[in-house]
Design a protein around this ligand. Structure first.
Ligand code: MV4
Length: 469
């Protein structure tokens, strides 16, 4: 195991990693921007190094500053959290070149799976079911048209370098194909410096079901069940739950085993997430892989009792996986609600400000991961996730009751500060949600957004840190 690691992130996930380090007797180094001077992780970690100004490009995305902080403090490994540099294969390579262990999959694996088109081909070879579509990126609009004609409309054009919903365009009919093709390539070039695109049949309505996998460097792997993440607005998840509701046990097992097969085939190491779309007939199709710990990982921790950050540290430190599949018992139901400092009545606009009151929920089966505290100043620079309220109960009805109780306890107040709690409550009250019968269209329906999204590229690119969760 490592003696000291550096946490290359901020907010609740930085705290989460610092806690895991202390539990395992690993010393931790926090890095922080000038805007995060007073953040909780600066106090909780063993050491803290300021790495630059508030602008994330000069701090949390600044590889040179982070490597220098690791060198100066003698850290042996870097935990990237989620977002920021967590899926940047170049950064993983720079870490290795500087004698640092990047806590995540090997750089070659990150490159292969970060290319969504390559990941698709690789998973097809491994026998995973995929939405019909192209097996390589497209060279011309004529090629795109030929694939679309063959698989039938609607189709979705996706950037190979995209992910998490960025850089994709739904095309309802042939007449819209050419402009969508051009537009998606331009977005890809601007957002990722890579204009390669591929085409898939657009599946709708569908549920977004993902599988948590855990693999060591010796060919051992387990899956830790499913999570449903269909409650999203503009590709930002609002509520996640596990196991995915209203699907048969046979389907859930099949999805999970399929994901693990894909992970082992890819030579995946560490914790990873395989995303699938699931239709009304419970057919599932692979869409992409996330090479990082995810925001919603506590859902899986609550239903399995496995500490995923501990596992990350063990795997990166070269410790063989002790967990076997038959030891993984999925128990009960866990639900996570994300509490963002945004105003649902003003198009979820961020509402930074100082927290004059902050009382997170507690009590039986209740876990709140947050970097907030009374007096904390929520800045305008980063993602507005303030807290994750996660509950566990023996069944879904009890978990829903527990979540309502937990949100009732949560007090967040400050001049100008709003939270997404009122909107979360509306989702929890929805009849379809309560029955577990919901798909990715639920939030838009509640918000009165017309369906059949033409362009699902997020409205704003202003928040670099809003990507890749
Ligand atoms: C799709 C899809 C329908 N068909 N792919 C969005 C996030 C990214 N990981 C993949 N996404 C989608 N891919 C095919 N072939 C619909 C979505 C999608 C979506 C998925 C989950 C939750 C919300 C969503 C909203 C719009 C589109």
């Amino acid at each position: 195991m490592f003696e000291k690691i550096l946490i290359a992130n901020r907010g609740e996930i930085a705290l989460r990693v610092a806690r895991a380090c202390r539990e395992l007797g690993v010393r931790s180094v926090a890095v922080y921007s000038v805007a995060d001077r007073d953040s909780a992780v600066v106090r909780l970690a063993d050491e803290a190094v300021c790495i630059g100004p508030p602008d994330a490009r000069q701090s949390y995305l600044n590889a040179a500053a982070i490597i220098e902080a690791a060198r100066k403090t003698g850290a042996e490994a870097v935990h990237p959290g989620y977002g920021f540099l967590s899926e940047d294969a170049d950064f993983a390579e720079i870490c290795a070149d500087n004698g640092l262990v990047f806590i995540g999959p090997r750089p070659e694996v990150m490159v292969a799976l970060g290319d969504k088109s390559k990941a698709r081909a690789l998973m097809s070879d491994a026998g995973l079911p995929l939405p019909p579509g192209s097996m390589e990126t497209l060279g011309t609009v004529a090629q795109a048209r030929a694939v679309a004609e063959e698989i039938g409309y609607p189709v979705i054009i996706k950037c190979a370098a995209g992910g998490g919903g960025r850089g994709m365009t739904v095309v309802l009919s042939a007449e819209d194909l050419a402009s969508a093709y051009d537009r998606t390539r331009i977005v890809g070039q601007a957002a990722f410096g890579d204009d390669r695109v591929y085409v898939e049949r657009y599946l709708s309505p569908a549920r977004h079901v993902e599988v948590q996998v855990l693999c060591d460097g010796y060919g051992n792997g387990v899956h830790l069940g499913t999570r449903d993440c269909s409650v999203q607005r503009r590709h930002q998840k609002l509520i996640e739950e596990g196991p995915a509701p209203a699907l048969s046990g046979v389907t859930l097992d099949a999805i999970a085993e399929t994901a693990l097969r894909g992970a082992l085939r890819a030579g995946y190491t560490g914790v990873g997430t395989f995303e699938f779309l699931v239709d009304e007939a419970e057919r599932f199709q692979f869409i992409e892989i996330n090479c990082r710990i995810q925001v919603e990982h506590p859902v899986t921790e609550m239903i399995t009792g496995v500490d995923l950050v501990h596992e990350q540290l063990h795997i990166a430190g070269g410790v063989p996986l002790r967990l076997r599949q038959e030891d993984v018992r999925l128990q009960g139901v866990a639900i996570e609600c994300r509490v963002n400092t945004e105003d649902p009545d003003r198009n979820f606009m961020p509402t930074p400000g100082r927290l004059t009151r902050f009382i997170p929920p507690n009590g039986p089966g209740t876990r709140t991961d947050t970097h907030g505290y009374p007096g904390y100043l929520v800045g305008p620079y980063y993602d507005s996730l303030l807290a994750k309220v996660v509950v566990w109960a023996p069944d879904r009805d009890l978990a829903l009751g527990r979540m309502e109780r937990a949100l009732h306890e949560f007090e967040v107040d400050g001049p100008g500060v709003h939270t997404t709690i009122p909107f979360i409550r509306r989702v929890l009250d929805d009849a379809g949600f309560r029955k577990g019968r919901y798909s990715t269209g639920l939030v838009d329906r509640l918000l009165g957004v017309p369906d059949s999204p033409k362009d699902s590229v997020p409205a704003s690119s202003a928040h670099l840190s809003r990507r890749t969760r």
